[in-house]
Design a protein around this ligand. Structure first.
Ligand code: PHE
Length: 483
């Protein structure tokens, strides 16, 4: 372990920071909008299946790789693969993760910037009185290039400053306070949303499984989102696990992260759908921009249906910003830790270099929401209406255009599942069972692997790789209906 490697300051530190990485815009912004877009209950059930059978085992596998190797993903794979076929080539899985991290961070910072603008908007409403936004306000906001760039720059700078300082002092302390406050406010909002007339409809939309409209691409989206929301498939959890103490329980930590992340995603849906189903005009505007749901829908409840709304409104968006920040930190940390561990760069130099490189891609994303026509309409395989490339486009990037959407789709639905697939193969098939049982500390009284280990190992060896492989093949073959 090199001298400038940081360590979590407390036993709880890892769980908090890793939950901070997992809980973010994926839960509050993305999950509600893709769930709405994909018709609710059926999609939610598929997503929960992906979390339990694929997400949870890969979470444990990633933490385990990091803690065992005590190194960031590329050197971690190289170190653990010494006696494995392919040897150093496994480091490429780490590089794939770095590519995914760069891709995600570049568009994530743009969306995270929206929370800053919503905070300012709420402050204004709290002070000067609420004025319902006009239907095209959000579209205008998206199309405002300088504003998008400015917000993204502020957010990227905040991320870089914290990562540059190392993580144990800043982010660990901050998440200790922020995560419980976020959870408390979300619970309060859930309670409040039950008083809205649309609550019943929201719950049945969310929890009544209906597979009649589910296509295979939606299954890929659920799988990809399971990876995205748990920060899996790209080495974030490997990196965080590498700073973890040997005595801490990987199973307990991993389990806590997965449960917390899933609950927060469902809470966010309950809150948002209750509001949407209560107001006709919101229902109409949502069908125009599901992407902006978190930023358009929620303020309505604060300012029309809640006694404390004028206070909770701004506080809520500050927390959204912090939830996003604890995720962007982990994304940047993957790239920085690679430069520090592998290239022996100083943390300051590594942070500056990677943050500014990623910001350049963020610029393209920030301008792809309407400010620049070329970037906003950009499709990877051109615009042909028919033929091979058009078919390929529809399979790999259905309904997506614009750089930001493209990168989101590419990372979540392709890079992360592929990275996750490689991790399951590596840990499930190539790491020694004995070593895994040791790391996870899953033995019965006789010192044999216990039932939990057997379940974990079975999921990792068979269920996860077969499911990921099958879903990817189904989408590439152009198979459509799932039900
Ligand atoms: N899990 C984060 C979220 O849900 C996003 C993220 C993905 C963070 C991958 C780190 C790595 O918002």
């Amino acid at each position: 372990m090199s001298a400038n490697r940081d360590q979590w300051g407390s036993r709880l530190g890892f769980v908090l920071a890793a939950s901070g990485s997992a809980v973010g815009l994926g839960n509050l912004w993305k999950f509600p909008y893709i769930t709405y877009h994909n018709g609710g209950g059926g999609f939610v059930l598929i997503y929960l299946g992906c979390i339990a059978l694929i997400g949870m085992p890969i979470m444990l596998a990633e933490i385990l790789i990091g803690r065992r190797a005590q190194a960031s993903p590329v050197p971690a794979f190289e170190k653990l693969a010494q006696k494995v076929p392919g040897q150093k080539k496994w480091g490429m899985v780490g590089w794939l993760g770095v590519a995914a991290g760069v891709t995600i961070l570049s568009f994530y910072s743009v969306i995270a910037g929206w929370s800053l603008s919503s905070f300012l908007q709420c402050m204004d409403w709290s002070i000067n009185g609420y004025e319902a936004p006009a239907p095209d306000d959000f579209g205008n906001f998206l199309g405002n290039g300088p504003l998008q760039l400015g917000l993204t720059l502020v957010f990227s700078t905040l991320t870089a400053i914290i990562v540059m300082r190392g993580i144990s002092g800043g982010i660990e302390k901050a998440t200790k306070i922020l995560m419980p406050v976020l959870l408390a406010i979300l619970l309060f909002l859930v309670g409040n949303s039950f008083t809205l007339e649309g609550a019943g409809e929201a719950l049945s939309f969310l929890f009544t499984p209906d597979f009649s409209h589910i296509k295979f691409v939606a299954v890929l989206e659920a799988l990809g989102h399971a990876f995205f929301t748990l920060s899996l498939g790209m080495g974030a959890m490997i990196t965080y696990g590498s700073y973890m103490g040997k005595k801490d329980s990987i199973l307990k930590a991993g389990g806590a992260i997965v449960v917390l992340d899933t609950l927060i995603a469902l809470f966010a849906c309950i809150i948002m759908f209750s509001i949407i189903f209560s107001y006709q005009e919101i229902r109409e505007s949502v069908s125009g921009s599901t992407v902006g749901m978190l930023f358009i829908t929620v303020p309505k409840m604060f300012y029309t249906k809640m006694a404390l709304g004028a206070i909770l409104g701004p506080v809520f968006y500050i927390l959204v910003a912090f939830a996003a920040l604890s995720s962007t930190i982990s994304l940047l940390e993957v790239v920085v830790s690679l430069l520090v561990d592998k290239m022996e760069m100083s943390r300051a130099k590594a942070t500056l270099l990677s943050a500014s490189g990623i910001f350049v891609v963020s610029i393209l994303c920030a301008l792809s929401l309407g400010a620049n026509d070329f970037l906003s309409g950009f499709k990877v395989f051109g615009h042909s209406e028919s033929g091979f490339f058009a078919a390929l486009n529809d399979r790999i990037f259905p309904e997506k255009a614009g750089i930001l959407n493209l990168l989101d789709h590419l990372a979540a639905n392709w890079l992360l599942p592929i990275g996750g697939f490689c991790i399951t193969i590596f840990v499930g098939w190539f790491m020694k069972t004995e070593d895994l049982v040791d790391e996870l500390d899953l033995r019965d009284e006789n010192g044999q692997p216990n039932i939990w280990f057997t379940i974990f190992h079975f999921c990792l060896r068979y269920i996860a790789p077969v499911a990921i492989g099958a879903i990817i093949v189904a989408v590439l073959m152009g198979w459509k209906d799932f039900a």
